[in-house]
Design a protein around this ligand. Sequence first.
Ligand code: ZN
Length: 274
Amino acid sequence: MPDHMTDFSRLCIHTNTTKPWTLEQAIEGYGRAGVPGITVWRQHIEPYGAKEAARMLKASGLKVVSLCRGGFFVATGAVDREKARTDNRRVIDEAAEIGAPVVVLVCGASPDVDLPMARQQILDGIHAVEPHAKAAGVKLAIEPLHPMYADTRSAINTLEQANNLVTTLDSPWVGVCVDVYHCWWDPFLRAEIQRAGKSIFAFHVCDWRVPTRDLLNDRGMMGEGCVNIREIRGWVEMVGFRGMIEVEIFSDQYWQWEQDRLVERIKRAWLAEV
Ligand code: ZN
């Protein structure tokens, strides 16, 4: 096989993709499989603490791509909004500690806060924590979420909205995360990827299962659904994105698998579909 057919140098897996594994098991498992990149979810750090997690990650030689996740800036009361900002500053500190250059932001939503207000709170929240990110040398990547999550997860649902926030905030520390699961349906995706350009800090892949059986944990393996992943990858690379490509699959089905087998399945899909 030619080299590019077996090139895993830009493959990164989210620890939440192999959720049954502890951080220690994920580090070992990715290492065994020759997966060079890891995006760490906070719940995988928690049992160890950031300091010990940082030591383990450093010793592993894996490249830490991002920390997931900050955000959730939306709340009915000012006290809760301030708590969210404090928590985001803590996430930024954890990212700095484990050597993650990026924190992914799931911006937040609440059925008790109308969407225009929620979007204002998100803008204010990111504005409030940006100086902390800058001081820590950690970038913030706004991830638009599919509109089916506009009730409780994020009032930022298109790349256009995320780009508008980036434009308004006007900081090199604030950019976007393009996740094909959330954005594939958007008729303006290509144009907004072009607009985002160098402010694309992260690129997430999986697939949209047809039919999707569950709104939370039924993401598909690449190639299993209807997303043209390779085309979207081409668009982000056309504007200069050269970072790791992160496999983020929340799936009750795949979490049942023996996780080494799942990692091998991901590698096959990577070669065939990404
Ligand atoms: Zn994502």
